[in-house]
Design a binder for this molecule. Sequence first.
Ligand code: BG6
Length: 502
Amino acid sequence: MTVAEQNPLLEGLRLRRRPDPCILVIFGASGDLTSKKLMPALYALAVRRLLPERFAIVGAARTEESDDDFRERMKKAVQDYARDPFDEEVWSSLSNGMHYITLDFADDRGEDELRDTLTKLDDEHETGGNRVYYFAVPPSAIGTLVQEIAERRGADGWIRLIIEKPFGHDLQSARELNAEIQEHFAENEVFRIDHYLGKETVQNMLALRFANGIFEPIWNRQFIDHVQITVAESIGIEGRAGYYEQAGAIRDIFQNHLLQLVAITAMEPPIDFTADSVRNEKVKVLKALHTPGPKHLVRGQYGPGFVEGEEVRGYREEEGVAPSSMTETFVAAKLYVDNWRWADTPFYVRMGKRLARRETTIAIQFKRAPHPPFEDGSAEGLRPNVLLIHVQPNEGVSLAIGAKVPGQGMTIRTVHMDFLYGGAFREGLPDAYERLILDAMLGDATLFTRSDEIEEQWALVDAIVGMWQRDRPAFPNYAAGTWGPSAADELLHRDGRSWRRH
Ligand code: BG6
């Protein structure tokens, strides 16, 4: 019995629309992303029979590797990282169509061989010239590759390009990259990944807001005091110093994941759930977003400390990091969305590495009840209503409300109404990449970042980085395992507020 047959829910998924036959080419197939995310996601899709009936995978990277070695390495990746138990039958159906090609991304050698392999595979698998190219490579490699692909484009089938972050390094480079791509491909052929949009809980924010009648009328400056968004990680830079030293928290998390969370929280209801309607509304938020100035920005870098009971070194002591590095590993900011819905309502955001624990939350803090009619002191334990979206972990939604403590008198305390995914649904949460790879194969760009969106995101980052040129903070300024520099607390205290208690 296969995994799908044992589980009726998985069997039900088979009834959904399946993508056209195609070949998926992964550039950067020797990297971590392919082993830890892409291959386990493809395997999960294979388990649920959501992949095209006729399908092949071609891994491409600089490293020399035979087809068999590639298959073996991917099998190990699936055994180590997939969310389903390993099933030999599913694996062999997937790995039968797996191939590897050595390719130097800097020149066009190997590109003809790639094209010939793909044509041969088209005949074997009847994939009709349909291609998904996945770019898990640095931005500098993308332009040349895109051009090579366009030059060798056949007459049959469709092409979709999935492009990983980072998408450029600033507004200028992102614009150039967009232009290079758009010279050869239409926007509906381009799928820029922000894997946070593939997370169930992030999509559920759209369901929460637009499938329920009760939230929209109060989702505005009249009823909401402020919004807090936290993207906290307990991990450090995990051996990625080369990348992280250039990126820092502002480019690694703020520019993409964090701003997408802000956009989804603040956007107007789209008229429908098509790619353009949803992205039109998000881009309006990004255009309206600004930070009121350098005083409302906090940068941090972690020093040594203890994370979840384990002693860890400081950022400057990490392998590959300059001993006097000024790269930030923490950012907090106050942002405003300049429109009628949100004017004067602060969005406080913070994100960082080596914080006390992994936690991504969106907290909507409502204004206090105008006049609680109870006796003095009865509501001392009462906090304002908060709608808390747990993006991860413990995925769910919780509403903090005031309730009467049982017994005499009228003492009020804050309690929580909780919805937990684990309790409400039987099927475990899919990984973001499962959803996104499938959507790209289906040609649905709703959960991908459009070119204008990415440029607006960079415009804000450029403005912030520009403000940072003027001063040099005393790094490190927070100990690993804490909630960041004290200046992040002061940012809210100045406004008479504080970060949500942990
Ligand atoms: C990536 C960043 O985009 O997101 C990493 O480059 C970060 O630095 C990761 O750790 C966080 O993703 P998740 O899904 O674990 O929250």
